[in-house]
Design a binder for this molecule. Sequence first.
Ligand code: FAD
Ligand code: EPU
Length: 339
Amino acid sequence: MLQILENYSLKNFNTFGIEASARYFVEINKEEELTELFMDPQWLQTSRLILGGGSNLLLVKDFDGLAIRINIRGIEHRINHNEVFIEAGAGEVWNDLVNFCVARDYAGIENLSLIPGSVGASPIQNIGADGVELQDVFRSCRAFEIATREFKTFTKEDCRFGYRDSIFKNELKEQIIIVSVKFKLSLIPNINLKYGAIEQELANRNISKPTIKDVSKVVSHIRVSKLPDPSTIGNAGSFFKNPVIAEEQFQRLQSKFPEVVHYPAGDSMVKLAAGWLIEQCGWKGKVVGHTGTWKNQALVLVNHGGATGEEVYSLSSQIIDSVYTKFGVLLEREVNIID
Ligand code: FAD
Ligand code: EPU
């Protein structure tokens, strides 16, 4: 029998560490429990918040609906020639899956080491880091469609992955609940050193022929040096996406700001480093009340202790305004705003 809790604190379920509660809260440990839950029609009419590790959301206020925490576990793996087929429950911790694979020399997700959160949330924003995105290894996911109470399979094409984007952040937002994800990895490593800092750190360690274990260690080291650890400083990683603008707009911007940090983004588009834009506006390391931006990474907003969701949201609005005023570039929040 499912236990629905009332007025439940979500402080331990969001890495910002914001004190906010859910009107109702339920934990799902098996996929059949979703069918059981939605047999009760009241939940079809109630607003819902699907929760993994809470590492990519900001609770602006108490959530007046049903928070559904997904805790479905299990990792299955099968090898066929040099290909490795993995299926993991949505409630598995993403980095546990990475460690599981790296320990067995299953290559493909080592660059995604130490990203917080759950396997089930990994397709939502097509997690990415250090030159690799989830879509590079994703095969399909199984999800419960709330309206029909049926389980459906979404292939890679169905998911419409983009940079920090998928169909689940758009048309299907809060409509489906991912219960498991399938990946295809390889026994033949394809070491990806596109992200320059990895190559530099490998050189510092005199490693000329890196294994995927080396890559995983180096990626983890770089991340720890740059990003705040949510267990001590509340945060949700990059608060904004890196903006992608048209080549023409970029040329105008670069003529005024020759140092602007940028990368080619295909189709005559250019991606800008939001962290640079924010730092240039004087925000880096700035403390504003209980909140602020991280001293080593201006793109990360932090809770220095006791911040409310409204405070963090208001800081993010101030940052958007000042970046727009100085550069004419509109930042888009990456973190899911729950209000
Ligand atoms: P949650 O925060 O719980 O949820 C995020 C969204 O997904 C919500 O909209 C939620 O409703 C939805 N959701 C969650 N689970 C499910 C499910 N099973 N079915 C349907 N919807 C669901 N992200 C990157 O891409 N790259 C990084 O390098 C990176 N670095 C980070 C570093 C730090 C220190 C932190 C705190 C975060 C970082 N993030 C990064 C963001 C975060 O780790 C990812 O977005 C992660 O996938 C969120 O997982 P979660 O389980 O915590 O999701
Ligand atoms: N920069 C600054 N000042 C700053 C921060 C960055 O000038 O305060 C400039 C530097 O020139 C730096 C460049 O921006 O070289 C890029 O910074 P970084 O390598 O830290 O990466 P990012 O673009 O800020 C993105 C992702 C991260 C991911 C890293 C590594 C987004 C929104 N963020 O950050 O993902 O870990 O690359 O691949 O794309 C997340 O999504 O939560 C996240 C942490």
